[in-house]
Design a protein around this ligand. Structure first.
Ligand code: PFF
Length: 450
């Protein structure tokens, strides 16, 4: 065994764990990616499938990851090495580390946009502009490829800085205060959005499902979005689970994170769609949907200037707590398994991510040469990691817990070696062992065939 024997960093308080795990889950996936996916996949029909995914798969998969992490006291790769020595299971961890790299690379592109939009908000550059101009500004910004890369580099540097400082005082401190603030500002925005003229149509789009729209593509996109939004399938929660104290309740942590994450995504939907329909923005607008709709709402609000700044600052921080978790998976693996100093691991991981991520940013320019099979590199990285690698990783993780780690170890971990009752453990274990692997496999195969 190649584990480091030093004392591992850990989360200090119960709220610290939930805040850090929720900080990882809540991010651009909720506020940017969720509305894009919903808009492109039939509206309410997508929401329905998405809710089924997060309710039935979210908690079991999350609990599996937390249990693996805390039982093994190790990173995404080391965990499998410890719990299943001399087997092929550590490959699941390697898949996760690779996936973390890919997600960090393209996620940091959009994270960089939040910084550009903070500058736009501070310099009051949305004020008085009509939709066509705001849309044109967004398109022009994409065509400034190197400006995108510059902001991406700043964002990667910020992430590296926090991870460099270590788990406890890095992640916990930031996440605890700021996520509730994001919730509050989304509520304020939601109220403005639903009271705009013509908002009802947007609410129908969001909440009135047309069942004929549920296709294989919708299923796989909703599955991918569920895993992406909850940060599942690549070992973030294995890594974080290893920092959780033995006396903390894993089940309630998993429930709290799933509920918080889903609430924020729903709120984002309530903010975006009524306003988008009111302003005449196409719900299938994709990347522009959120970045054009939000400034338009603030233009219609008393105090819009200040709210707009606060919103984009909080969005950047939400993105930051997610990129921290992505980088943490890679750094924990490199430093513990390869015995490279944490600081060096952070620097090297950030440099490689920027190198790969720059292609994602530059692939969004008009006439870009950076495409693969007709997709921009950004879309290709997003698709392969979110819709293929995360569900695959999630499926292997539940199979591991259900069939390899086994009931007694899982129960012991979830019930804190008998100190807790954990009344839901049997039903959750049943889902982990039978339903979750089957459901993921079916959706996966249907989606890929279609
Ligand atoms: N869950 C994050 C979000 O919704 O923005 C993104 C993410 C973070 C995905 C960490 C995967 C991950 F491992």
């Amino acid at each position: 065994m190649t584990e480091i024997k030093k004392k591992r960093d850990g989360f200090g308080s119960k709220i610290g764990i939930i805040a850090a795990a929720a900080g990882s889950a809540i991010g651009l996936g909720n506020i940017y990616r969720f509305p894009c996916e919903l808009g492109n996949n039939g509206g309410a029909a997508f929401l329905l499938v998405y809710l089924v995914v997060v309710i039935f798969l979210g908690v079991p998969v999350m609990l599996s990851e937390l249990a693996i992490g805390r039982r093994s006291q190790s990173n995404a790769v080391g965990a499998f090495k410890k719990l299943a020595p001399k087997s092929a299971w550590p490959l699941v961890g390697y898949l996760g580390v690779l996936c973390g790299f890919i997600i960090f690379a393209f996620y940091s592109t959009v994270s960089g946009w939040t910084l550009e939009y903070i500058v736009k908000a501070v310099t009051n550059s949305f004020r008085g502009k009509d939709l066509a101009t705001i849309e044109q500004d967004f398109a022009d910004f994409h065509n400034m490829g190197w400006r995108n890369v510059m902001w991406q580099a700043v964002f990667i540097f910020l992430t590296g800085f926090v991870v460099f400082k270590g788990v406890q005082d890095g992640i916990e401190k930031y996440a605890k205060i700021l996520m509730p603030l994001l919730f509050v500002i989304l509520v304020v925005l939601g109220i403005r959005s639903v009271t705009l003229p013509g908002a009802g149509e947007g609410l129908s789009f969001l909440f009135k499902p047309d069942f004929s729209k549920i296709t294989g593509k919708v299923l796989i996109n909703a599955l991918g979005q569920g895993f992406f939004s909850l940060s599942l399938g690549m070992g973030v929660l294995i890594t974080y689970g290893s920092y959780i104290k033995k006396s903390d309740n894993l089940t309630s942590t998993a429930f709290s994170v799933v509920i918080a994450d889903t609430l924020i995504a729903l709120l984002a939907g309530i903010v975006i769609f009524p306003a988008a329909f009111s302003f005449g923005i196409n719900p299938k607008a994709g990347m522009g949907l959120v970045f054009n709709t939000i400034p338009m709402i603030f233009n219609q609000m008393a105090g819009g200037y200040f709210f707009c700044i606060i919103f984009f600052v909080l969005l950047a921080i939400a993105a930051l707590t997610s990129t921290i978790s992505l980088l943490e998976v890679v750094v924990a693996y490199v430093s513990e398994q390869l015995h490279i100093k944490r600081q060096w691991a952070t620097i090297v991981a950030c440099a490689i991510s920027l190198l790969v991520g720059a292609f994602a940013s530059l692939s969004l320019m008009e006439n870009t040469p950076f495409t693969i099979c007709g997709k921009t590199m950004f879309d290709a990285m997003d698709f392969i990691s979110s819709n293929v690698m995360l569900p695959l990783g999630g499926m292997l993780i539940v199979i591991f817990v259900g069939w390899k780690m086994g009931k007694s170890q899982f129960f012991a971990e979830v019930a804190n070696e008998g100190a807790l009752k954990a009344p839901m453990k049997a039903i959750i274990y049943f889902i982990i062992r039978y339903l979750a692997p089957l459901a993921i496999a079916v959706v996966f195969v249907t989606g890929l065939i279609k």
